[in-house]
Design a protein around this ligand. Structure first.
Ligand SMILES: [Fe+2]
Length: 307
């Protein structure tokens, strides 16, 4: 449910090291469907419950990490208005031509304070194999592996997240259901949304720019988080933490690394966010309980490893 001009994060491009093990993970273990290829070095995928053309592009590269995240806005008019608002905020904007990614119209791109490339677009074709719309079944083909339904959110690490948070509110029209502050009152982390999801994206303050902590995919429920744990074990994927519960967002969660070294979260649940609800505020001394409600402790790898 869009509450403003920005609908949701709709496209992420990740760097991966190979297309054999990594693509096997995304298709057969996570359960995404391959949609198309772009040249020799990019492969486009989507979750079975996503309507738009694709939501994840994997690009072959020498190191793992994030190329960009792209947000779908409600209309072509809104896109042009938002481009002007980005420029007025102080970020130079470039144009990515229509067709750079199959199915996608023109995209505008810019770099925010944390060093991440953000893009916005309004036009994207519907997927050929999307969810049913006429007397629809719950799915058209049995979901595979972890049964990831859709790309859900991402956690970005970089400097000056206070400005990034202000950008998301003032330009994207998003709101901030939950934050974590240091004892001296500075922002350590923020969870930000354009919808009823508790977060579409989150930021953690970090000295190096442009880093991604994890990309999150949505599962149905606790049983599917347990199913994901079984797939992690069966395929000898490196587990980071979970299954566990966040107090922040209240999500049910497990984190692990895909074969190229990008951290993935599969996630279910979470509270319903409304922009008029009071903001939930965490002290950094309580962050362990906020992140991992049962143990109350953050493991070092979770804080320190990013790509
Ligand atoms: Fe997450």
């Amino acid at each position: 449910m869009a509450l403003n001009g920005t609908l949701r994060p709709g496209l992420v491009q990740l760097r991966v090291l190979d297309f054999d093990k990594t693509l096997n993970f995304y298709k057969n273990i996570l359960g995404l469907n391959e949609v198309c290829r772009i040249g020799e070095d990019r492969i486009c995928l989507k979750g079975f419950d996503e309507f738009d053309h694709h939501s994840l592009t994997l690009r072959l590269a020498d190191e793992a990490g994030l190329d960009f995240v792209a947000f779908k806005v409600a209309s072509a008019d809104e896109l042009e208005k938002m481009k002007l608002a980005v420029e007025a905020f102080g970020y130079p904007v470039d144009t990515v031509a229509e067709g750079d990614q199959p199915g996608f119209g023109k995209r505008y791109g810019f770099t925010i304070s944390t060093g991440h490339r953000f893009e916005i677009y309004s036009e994207v074709a519907l997927a050929q194999k999307g969810p049913g719309i006429k007397n629809p079944d719950i799915w058209n083909e049995p979901p595979r592996g972890m049964r990831a339904q859709r790309m859900d959110h991402f956690l970005l690490y970089g400097p000056n997240i206070a400005e990034a948070e202000r950008f998301c509110k003032e330009v994207f029209g998003m709101f901030v259901p939950e934050v974590c502050n240091t004892p001296d009152g500075n922002r350590l982390a923020a969870w930000i949304t354009s919808s009823n999801k508790p977060h579409d994206l989150a930021f953690v303050e970090y000295p190096k720019p442009g880093k991604i902590h994890h990309l999150g995919f949505y599962l149905q429920d606790w049983a599917d988080v347990g199913n994901a744990a079984d797939w992690i074990a069966l395929n000898r994927l490196k587990l980071d933490i979970g299954p566990t519960r966040h107090a922040i967002t209240r999500g049910l969660s497990i984190y692990f690394w895909e074969p190229s070294g990008n951290r993935i979260e599969v996630y279910a649940g979470g509270y319903t966010a409304y922009p008029d609800n009071p903001q939930r505020v965490w002290d950094s001394s309580e962050l362990g309980r906020g992140l991992f409600y049962y143990s109350g402790e953050v493991i070092p790898s979770f804080l320190e490893i990013v790509t």
